[in-house]
Design a protein around this ligand. Structure first.
Ligand SMILES: O=P(O)(O)O[C@@H]1C[C@H](O)[C@@H](CO)O1
Length: 309
């Protein structure tokens, strides 16, 4: 559950002592999803701050996530100061939601107004092949609808924070426009960047085929285990949010279950039955696609930040 007392003053103090003044006021923040921590490799004058030096931060325990913030400059000329979270916290790792969202709330206190949150996700929509980047325009968060996994549970944070946060405009249309303009500037093919709805599941188990079918029927295009708590915190703090999901695998939703009953009957009748092996998703596959697509994601994020006014 989210608690009101968090050590922002102490964390800000540490950062103020470590960072040069021109990096201390980032214009944008980037959250790197699974396998996407190289998104920050185009930063210049980088200062990496390990999470272990920052009170309020946890430790990323998932492969493909580093435990550090990277502050630096992005883009031509003097560059735009940005901060990147090289690894995120997931609720399924055992982190309280207050820890999952702490860095986001810290970014707001550093003056960040625009946040680009990336993630790896499974495609529920068959029109989204592996490798597609999806600009998220809405979400379905089953854990939010029923209770204590809503990142905004807890006492009102301050009189300036909304008690009842509207989410009809959670995903900034201005930033989504910039994403498509950036893709155009980079001459990406039309199919490289799509639009869709993200379903948040708590994880860490992947979906069963029936759960995949359920989420698809509910209107989701991709499914993942992160991002939504960060979006809620960012919106509560008044930031504009862009979410880019990289499709790393297809969630297999068979039209029809393979019938073991029919198979046994056929075998007993002396027929041989050949069944294709079932596709099984793995985190290694997720990381491999992240690695393959890291450069295009990095260029896209950099171009979007360049387009910010
Ligand atoms: O942190 P993200 O959402 O990018 O990571 C995804 C969701 C799970 O943490 C993991 C599953 O492979 O990848």
């Amino acid at each position: 559950m989210t608690t009101a007392a968090q050590p922002f003053a102490s964390t800000l103090d540490v950062l103020a002592r470590i960072l040069p003044a021109h990096l201390l006021k980032p214009r944008a923040a980037i959250v790197c999803g699974s396998g996407l921590s190289t998104l920050a490799s185009s930063l210049r004058e980088v200062v990496e701050v390990p999470y272990s030096a920052l009170e309020g931060f946890g430790k990323s325990t998932v492969a493909g996530h580093k435990s550090a913030l990277a502050f630096g400059l992005l883009g031509p000329g003097t560059g735009v100061p940005v901060v990147a979270m090289l690894g995120r916290f997931h609720a399924y790792e055992g982190h309280p939601l207050a820890t999952v969202t702490y860095p986001i709330r810290l970014f707001a206190r550093l003056g960040v107004q625009n946040i680009i949150i990336t993630n790896a996700a499974g495609a529920l929509n068959p029109a989204l092949p592996v490798g597609t980047i999806v600009t998220i325009h809405d979400h379905i968060a089953l854990p939010n609808l029923t209770g204590p996994l809503n990142a905004l549970f807890g006492p009102l944070r301050s009189p300036d924070h909304p008690r009842f946060l509207p989410l009809s405009d959670a995903y900034s249309s201005k930033l989504r426009r910039l994403a498509f303009l950036a893709a155009h500037r980079l001459s990406l093919p039309d199919s490289a960047l799509a639009e869709g709805t993200y379903a948040w599941v708590s994880g860490p188990s992947y979906e069963t085929p029936a759960e995949g079918r359920f989420l698809r029927a509910a209107g989701a295009d991709v499914v993942g285990m992160s991002t939504v708590p960060e979006v809620l915190a960012a919106r509560e703090e008044g930031m504009a949010v862009l979410v880019l999901s990289l499709v790393t695998n297809a969630v297999v939703i068979p039209e029809r279950y393979r019938s073991i009953k029919e198979e046994v009957k056929a075998e007993l009748a002396g027929q041989t039955v050949e069944q294709p092996p079932a596709a099984v998703v793995s985190h290694e596959e997720v990381l491999a696609v992240g690695k393959q697509k890291a450069e295009v994601m990095r260029n896209l994020v950099a171009q979007i930040i360049e387009l910010l006014d």
